[in-house]
Design a protein around this ligand. Structure first.
Ligand code: HEC
Length: 159
C-alpha cells in the first residue's frame, strides 16, 4: 500500500473517532444541561442584584464591580448552555426554553450579543462609580438585554 493511501485511511479513521465523540457529547445528560443553565441564569440574577444594592446604597462598589465583571463573562457563555435538544420545561416545570431558540438560532445569538454589549457598558459604568450612568446601564441591561431575550425565547408554563 502506498504511504499516501495509508495516510488518508488513517485520517478517515480519525475523523470517524471525532464524530463518535461529538455524538456522545450531544447526548449528554439533559438534566445536567438544565442545571448548568439554571445556575448560570440564577448567577446573573445575583450579579445584577449586587449592582442594584450599590445603586440603592445598600452594597459597596467592589461587590457591584465583581458582579458586573461576572456578567460580562456569563452573558458570553449563554450559547454554551443551550445545546440543541435542550428545549422544554426547566427543573421546576415553571418555565421552558422555546423551540424557536434552535429554529432561529441567529436571532437568539443576536439577543445574546446584545446582552453582552450591555453588560460591558454596565461594567464600565460601575468602575466609574457614576451612579447616574450605572443606573441607566443597569436598566438597559435588565430590560433590553435580559428581559428582551426572555420575552422572545422563554415561556412561562405555570405560576
Ligand atoms: C439570549 C437570551 C437570554 C439572555 C440574554 C438572558 N437570558 Fe435568562 N433565560 C433565558 C432562557 C431561554 C431562559 C429559560 C431557560 C429554561 O427554562 O430552561 C432563562 C432563564 C432565566 C432565569 C430562570 C432560571 C431558572 O430556571 O430558575 C433567570 C433567573 C434568568 N434567566 C436571569 C437572567 C438575567 C439576570 C439575565 C441578564 C443579565 C439573563 N437571564 C439573560 C434566556 C436568556
Amino acid at each position: 500500500m502506498k504511504s499516501s493511501t495509508k495516510r488518508s485511511m488513517l485520517t478517515a479513521v480519525m475523523i470517524c473517532g471525532l464524530t463518535a465523540v461529538s455524538a456522545v457529547a450531544l447526548a449528554q445528560d439533559k438534566d445536567a444541561v438544565l442545571k448548568n443553565r439554571e445556575s448560570l441564569m440564577k448567577g446573573q440574577g445575583k450579579d445584577l442584584g449586587s449592582v442594584k444594592a450599590y445603586i440603592d446604597g445598600k452594597g459597596d462598589q467592589a461587590q457591584a464591580e465583581a458582579g458586573a465583571a461576572n456578567l460580562t463573562q456569563s452573558t458570553r457563555k449563554i450559547p454554551d448552555v443551550f445545546p440543541p435538544g435542550s428545549g422544554g420545561p426547566n427543573s421546576d416545570g415553571k418555565f421552558a426554553a422555546k423551540p424557536v431558540i434552535w429554529s432561529d438560532w441567529n436571532k437568539f445569538i443576536d439577543a445574546q450579543k446584545n446582552a453582552v454589549s450591555k453588560a460591558d457598558v454596565l461594567f464600565t459604568a460601575v468602575k466609574s462609580g457614576n451612579k447616574t450612568s450605572i443606573e441607566t446601564a443597569f436598566g438597559d441591561l435588565g430590560k433590553n438585554g435580559c428581559g428582551a431575550c426572555h420575552e422572545t425565547f422563554r415561556e412561562k408554563l405555570k405560576d
